[in-house]
Write a protein that binds this ligand. Structure first.
Ligand code: SF4
Length: 483
């Protein structure tokens, strides 16, 4: 069960800023995987391929109704069930219904961000159904009653000493901080659960309409076991994860594994599209694909945010983001952390509710540069901030940054008129005098106070460029022209 915190983004971010152990853990993933992905983009994957992948994603989104219909028909023809869930609640209830119909007592899960998004674990557990995470990182998080902090590496915030103590307490093994020993202990505990589970729940990395299959990537083999050993398999899929053709699917798979783990291919890639067929040695008796909207249609309908649905949830934007590098994933306090979370969480759950997420990112552009499908997250973050300043009826956003909006309106007016600009500079220079020390503005007032609480600000110069020009160069030039 994933535990979210009651604390605010600011409180959690402030705590994380002082956590050196967290910083060094994130540095490890950013140095190894983030740099590895960038290297692959430079040496092996051309920008043309990434552009092509983006076009394919956007083309599918433009024809999403048709592509999903094809996928559905293929899966149903293969004996699978497809359910369209309008809301997270619909998706949760469907999973419960399937579990109850099959008298399920234990569910094993392959790693799925979508399951965290819809919160299915809580509902199943409330109906006395045991839910066991089988991805090693998610299993550790579940034992610790913690929340994941990275899309791909959910327990990156924990070190081997913490995991050793956790396993000693929860699994009853002697304390060890040797990773192979800990992995072996987890494998033993999980194998017992996997062998006796009645139902498996997985996510869906990609789905291909042309062939009617979903694909899942992992490096642990747990997904293959959770999806083929229990008698029922339920796959949860955000409605945007589909792609039209097999050729496009393969192109995205190449980008996904390189973006997620700087790997040319994951150790396990599973293609699944229905229940076990006659004569097949394994596979579930029932296969259900739950295609989830939960606000995605609204994003699709808005040209400002349609692009975010091209995301393939590789997690590379986290592996490069300087803000994530300092505050980690828990500060986002949401199923999707990092730059992608800062865009989608406000759109899923309310822009006002998650205002701090979109204001917390630095807009440096690193996430866009590394994204395999060139998602322009900084542009979308700016759109969200614009909503917060001016309000937005379509997304039901109340303006909260009224002071900022007013300041920018004033700034715009001043920058549009020479006279107003000169007046602003002169009055500002006089007004700032009590706040300047050692040549820097150290204590601002109003909205500027938030900036100067953590940083110094350069004061308005004693002479602006225009004033210097008038006093130094203009008379000289005038003299020159008289010669
Ligand atoms: S926005 Fe791009 S980099 Fe970030 S998770 Fe999505 S696809 Fe990956």
């Amino acid at each position: 069960m994933h535990e979210q915190s009651d604390k605010s983004y600011r409180e959690l971010a402030n705590e994380a800023l002082g956590d050196e152990r967290l910083h060094s853990a994130i540095r490890m993933i950013q140095d190894r995987i983030g740099k590895g992905t960038r290297h692959l983009w430079k040496t092996e994957i051309s920008q043309e391929l990434r552009d092509k992948a983006k076009k394919a994603r956007m083309r599918t989104l433009d024809n999403l109704d048709k592509v999903l219909t094809t996928l559905t028909e293929k899966i149903r023809a293969n004996g699978g069930h497809v359910y369209f869930a309008k809301t997270a609640e619909d998706a949760r209830n469907y999973c419960l219904k399937v579990a109850q119909k099959n008298e399920v007592k234990r569910v094993v899960k392959g790693k799925s961000m979508t399951s965290a998004e819809i919160g299915v674990d809580h509902l199943l557990e409330a109906h006395d159904i045991e839910v066991v995470e089988t991805d090693l990182g998610e299993f550790i998080i579940q034992l610790a009653h913690d929340a994941p902090s990275h899309i791909i590496a959910p327990c990156i915030h924990m070190d081997k000493q913490q995991i050793g103590r956790l396993f000693e307490k929860e699994l009853g093994i002697p304390y060890s901080e040797d990773p192979p020993t800990l992995t072996k202990a987890a494998r033993k505990a999980l194998r017992e659960k996997l062998l006796s589970a009645d139902m498996g729940i997985s996510g869906c990395n990609l789905a291909c309409a042309e062939t009617g299959h979903i694909s899942l990537v992992s490096n642990e083999g747990n997904i293959r076991m959770s999806t083929t050993m229990p008698k029922v398999h339920v796959a949860l899929m955000g409605m945007e994860r589909v792609i039209a053709t097999l050729a496009e699917h393969d192109m995205l798979l190449r980008l996904l594994t390189r973006g997620a783990a700087a790997q040319k291919i994951s150790t396990y890639v599973s293609f699944l599209g229905g229940p076990r067929q006659p004569g097949e040695p394994d596979g579930p008796e029932e296969f259900h694909l739950v295609i989830i909207d939960n606000g995605r249609m609204k994003m699709l309908a808005d040209p400002r945010f349609r692009e975010v649905l091209s995301c393939i949830r590789c997690g590379s934007c986290l592996n490069i983001c300087p803000v994530y590098g300092r505050i980690g994933g828990h500060a986002y306090n949401a199923p999707y952390p990092g730059p992608i979370g800062a865009v989608v969480m406000p759109l899923f759950n309310g822009v006002n509710k998650h205002a701090d997420l979109c204001r917390g990112e630095s807009l440096c552009g690193a996430c866009k540069d590394i994204c395999p499908v060139n998602n322009d997250l900084p542009r979308m973050l700016s759109e969200l901030r614009h909503m917060l300043a001016y309000g937005d009826e379509q997304w039901d956003v109340a303006p909260v940054d009224k002071g900022e909006a007013l300041a920018f309106k004033g700034w715009y007016a001043a920058m549009s008129s020479r006279t107003a600009y000169n007046l602003l500079v002169k009055t500002g220079r006089l007004a700032q005098a009590p706040f300047v020390s050692d040549g820097m503005l150290k204590k601002g007032i109003g909205p500027l106070g938030k900036w100067t609480a953590d940083r110094d600000f350069p004061p308005i110069a004693r002479q602006t460029f225009g004033e210097r020009w008038k006093t130094v160069h203009a008379p000289r030039l005038k003299g020159d022209s008289n010669e």
